[in-house]
Design a protein around this ligand. Structure first.
Ligand SMILES: [Cu+2]
Length: 240
């Protein structure tokens, strides 16, 4: 009990997908718990059948109609469980990626070895400011992230807000996320991209939309990593 309590304590925190702070992450966390619950039931069922089979063997009883067990336990049950998961995943994917949502703000995300560069635009495409290795988001507003890379493949991931999406050179991937709580959060590159990969993380500050200009004005000028040119942003876009 104490051990499971300790293990569950790891589910909270600034970088936990099981401690959601937005609708996309909430959907993912719900799916996780749904699968954990469903597969715990399946696991208990398998153990019960095993126990029954061992009892029968001890008693010298042969299994009556073993084919029936194979058909129901080996074909029907997995087909039903996997079909239910497929339907659930298909129905919720729009909520997870934000397809169809109307963004209030755009953030162009450029990943590079080893830095995250963010450029903020309002709904009219005017540049509001830039930040490096720190992300700000307006509370309760939908933000469209246009994500690309300048060198190798990285992956943009803020576990408390939603799923991960690759930052790929020559391509712009789009993810729309909303933060519904101003709580401590951290993003992390989720694709191994070289020696400094583990340090490619960034705090996420969620604040009132009115506080964004002041925060952006206080950011230091964007500096490229040593020996690198400033970030280039691409105009082309491939929406999910
Ligand atoms: Cu990385």
């Amino acid at each position: 009990m104490a051990l499971s309590g300790l293990a569950l304590a790891g589910c909270a925190g600034p970088q936990s997908a099981l401690d959601p702070a937005g609708p996309a992450a909430a959907q993912i966390a719900f799916g996780w718990w749904l699968m954990a619950g469903a597969f715990t039931v399946v696991w208990a069922l398998v153990l019960a059948l095993l126990w029954r089979a061992l009892r029968r063997r001890e008693a010298g009883q042969a299994l009556r109609q073993p084919e029936r067990l194979v058909v129901w336990g080996g074909l029907v049950l997995p087909t039903l469980v996997l079909t239910a998961l497929l339907v659930y995943g298909s129905l919720t994917s729009a909520r997870v990626t934000g397809v169809g949502a109307t963004p209030d703000m755009v953030v162009e995300v450029t990943a590079r070895q080893w830095q995250w560069h963010f450029r903020y635009r309002d709904a009219d495409d005017r540049v509001l400011g830039e930040s490096v290795d720190a992300l700000a988001m307006p509370l309760g507003r939908m933000v469209e992230f246009r994500i690309t890379s300048e060198d190798v493949i990285h992956s943009f991931w803020v576990p408390r807000l939603g799923g991960k999406i690759d930052a790929i050179p020559g391509r712009v991937n789009v993810l729309r996320l909303r933060a519904d709580a101003a709580v401590p959060m951290r993003g992390q590159c989720a694709e191994f991209c070289g020696l400094e990969h583990a340090r490619m993380l960034f705090p996420v500050r969620v604040m009132a939309a009115e506080a964004m200009p002041e925060w952006l004005a206080a950011q230091p000028p964007a500096q490229a990593p040593a020996g690198r040119a400033p970030p280039r942003h691409r105009a082309s876009e491939n929406v999910l």
